[in-house]
Ligand binder design. Sequence first.
Ligand SMILES: Cc1cc2nc3c(=O)[nH]c(=O)nc-3n(C[C@H](O)[C@H](O)[C@H](O)COP(=O)(O)OP(=O)(O)OC[C@H]3O[C@@H](n4cnc5c(N)ncnc54)[C@H](O)[C@@H]3O)c2cc1C
Length: 281
Amino acid sequence: MIPTSFEYSRAKSVGEAIKMLSDGGAQALAGGHSLLPAMKLRLNQPDRLVDIGRIPELKYIRREGDKLIIGAATTHHEIASSAEVKAAIPMLAAGAGHIGDPAVRNKGTIGGSLAHADPAADWPAMMLAVKARIELTNDKGNYTVAADDFFVGFYMTALKEGELITAIHIPIPDGDYRSAYAKFEQPASRFAIVGCAAMANVSGGNFSDVRIGFTGVADAAFRDGGLEAALNGQPATAATIDAAVAKAAAGAEMLEDHYASAKYRAHLARVYAKRALMALI
Ligand SMILES: Cc1cc2nc3c(=O)[nH]c(=O)nc-3n(C[C@H](O)[C@H](O)[C@H](O)COP(=O)(O)OP(=O)(O)OC[C@H]3O[C@@H](n4cnc5c(N)ncnc54)[C@H](O)[C@@H]3O)c2cc1C
């Protein structure tokens, strides 16, 4: 289908983009790989697109002390191929490499994915596992929100009107931390039917500081506190994982669609939690 007509402006800076977005009916365009399909289906009909995809101050990956900071308009491909990311938290580079196909990875951005908050998107689960903070900018300045508080519902986030995601701040863990992302993917799009990101400290042979993020399971990505509690303080062994994953995603209100029933999704949540956790040990 063809979208309704719209104006197009390209912003040269974050300040200019924020000003342009203050026009009612304007919407940010990053990689366009979620927004344009929605416009073609006329699920979204903005009057003006403000292109933020080529703003240099939104496109970077850098290490600052014990933090990895990724600009919002950094593409999935740039993250997948970043030596900085691979060295700091390899799961993020590997996970990015499994998003969509090369066209999606070359245009789609991490900020666009987090703002869109598709319940089957990969980044939200990984952001929850790595304790990311999302940097938001408005006409008064910027502030950060923990990933834990960012994904609030079905395609809904803590982002307010007129705000942009400008960066993602990720603490680089110190010690024997390991992380892994495992997903059962829709074979055509590679969106997660169920995806599980796990990060834990395994020093001394026990699990501690375990963080589990699920996507694809419910109407928004979420942390699995029950599974984390079942693992924390326990020996980092296959037996611990086997026992703990029986509780994976327990209590989540499972999505049900033509890809997977609620019952099948619950089964997949246990299987993919186990795969992610086994990769840690
Ligand atoms: C065929 C196909 C396969 C895909 N497969 C996968 C997959 O396997 N896994 C996966 O996770 N995703 C997948 N995607 C989605 C893809 O990753 C998108 O690129 C991503 O969801 C949106 O990023 P974008 O930069 O394209 O954002 P856009 O489409 O440009 O924007 C999406 C939304 O976010 C808003 N927005 C964009 N940037 C910002 C910002 N910095 N601040 C505030 N709001 C902003 C826009 O206004 C819009 O509402 C797929 C998409 C396609 C078309």
